[in-house]
Design a protein around this ligand. Structure first.
Ligand SMILES: *Cc1c(COP(=O)(O)O)cnc(C)c1O
Length: 369
């Protein structure tokens, strides 16, 4: 099975991460190891960091952490907060809840602002919460909630957070590099993404940017940290290294993927994801199915589809997988059996979506829809 997977495209992997990798990226992964404390790695690490800054639209510091996205979220928290800090946690789904849970585990006082799943966060509600609870240190928010297919209005949320001069920590794991997120313009203090999402790279690396305000918070933050300490990341990047052994092959892969992304250009990437997202939503509706997310905030990287009464979603996913080699995702937590999700971030075209919609058109009548 692994041998078959060495070719670049076997069917379609359309879960919202990991995403398919282009052949250039797979080839880069096959390179021989190099010394992560040697001159070759120094060069590639600095180059990858500079390219990432361009794609983050930031002049802030940026670090690669060897971990999945969740490690990056933990890093954002432990580097900027102290136990007992009041933190406003904006959550509209499973990933917002995870971000909230991490801050709770590390001893902060959570003040939640929740929206019904499928809806976006309301900036006015965030404003009211900030007015009501004095002494809040930071606001956590998910830019693109992968579990519900909702993209929050981060520009509006950031404007509110900055009215109150609070630190803004952003889970942009499934949006950065696919949906426009100008990190500096929107004043995101810590912004987290991960290699296996829109970056077209295998899992293994989180990429995190930090503003000057985040560094000031870092100086006061007392949450325990060792592996994720950004002070060490900064010290080592000055000599072209990471504090600990990084996932070297993932850095090779990122380098290849970033070259492809820069060649396509940021605005073209965003426009392609917008077209693909629209094609997914229109395709789904043409099948007589409805979108789970409030369409005004529907994500361009993942489409959540409501399951109709009597429709066997498990059988549908199995049939798509076995007969069409198309892998879609189910719902998470309370949405299990209620929705399914089409991931369309990274290496994806409108033709890929057409293929999925026509497969669904054939499969749906066979599974009770
Ligand atoms: C994928 C994802 C995560 C992180 O998941 P990992 O499995 O740790 O990489 C967090 N938040 C969002 C919004 C995601 O899409």
């Amino acid at each position: 099975m692994l041998k078959e997977r060495r070719v670049s495209k076997v069917g379609q992997l359309r879960v919202p991460g990991p995403t398919p990798c282009p052949p250039e990226v797979l080839q880069a992964m096959a390179c021989q190891m190099i010394n992560h404390r040697g001159p070759e790695f120094d060069k590639i690490l600095l180059d990858v960091t500079a390219k990432l800054k361009h794609l983050f639209q930031t002049k802030n510091d940026l670090y690669l952490l060897t971990c999945s996205g969740t490690g990056g979220l933990e890093a954002a928290i432990v580097n900027t907060l102290s136990p007992g800090d009041k933190v406003l946690c904006v959550t509209v789904g499973a990933f917002g809840d995870r971000f909230t849970r991490i801050v709770e585990v590390f001893g902060a006082e959570v003040i939640p602002v929740r929206a019904e799943w499928g809806k976006a966060a309301d900036p006015d509600e965030i404003r009211r919460a900030l007015q009501k609870a004095p002494g809040i240190k930071a606001v956590l928010v998910t830019h693109n909630e992968t579990s519900t297919g909702v993209t929050n209005d981060l520009a509006a949320i950031s404007a509110v957070v900055k009215e109150f001069d609070k630190l803004l920590l952003v889970d942009a794991i499934s949006s950065l590099g696919s949906i426009d997120l100008p990190v500096d313009k929107w004043r995101c203090d810590v912004t987290v993404t991960a290699s296996q999402k829109g970056w077209m790279v295998p899992p293994g690396m989180a990429m995190v940017s930090l503003s000057q305000e985040a560094w000031q918070a870092h100086a006061r933050a007392r949450m325990p940290r060792f592996n994720w300490d950004f002070a060490l990341a900064r010290k080592y990047l000055e000599i072209g290294q990471t504090p600990w052994t990084p996932a070297v092959s993932i850095v090779f892969a990122l380098s290849a993927a970033l070259d492809m992304m820069l060649k396509e250009g940021l605005s073209n990437i965003f426009a392609r994801h917008a077209r693909v997202g629209k094609a997914a939503r229109e395709g789904v509706k043409s099948l007589g199915l409805s979108l789970f997310a409030d369409e005004q905030y529907a994500s361009n990287t993942v489409t959540a589809v409501s399951v109709k009464d009597g429709m066997d979603v498990k059988a549908m996913l199995k049939m798509l997988r076995e007969e069409y080699q198309i892998v879609l995702a189910g719902g998470q937590q309370s949405l299990q059996g209620k929705i399914f999700r089409i991931g369309h971030l990274g290496l994806v075209t409108e033709d890929d979506i057409k293929e999925i919609i026509s497969a669904l058109r054939e499969v749906l009548p066979k599974v009770g829809a």
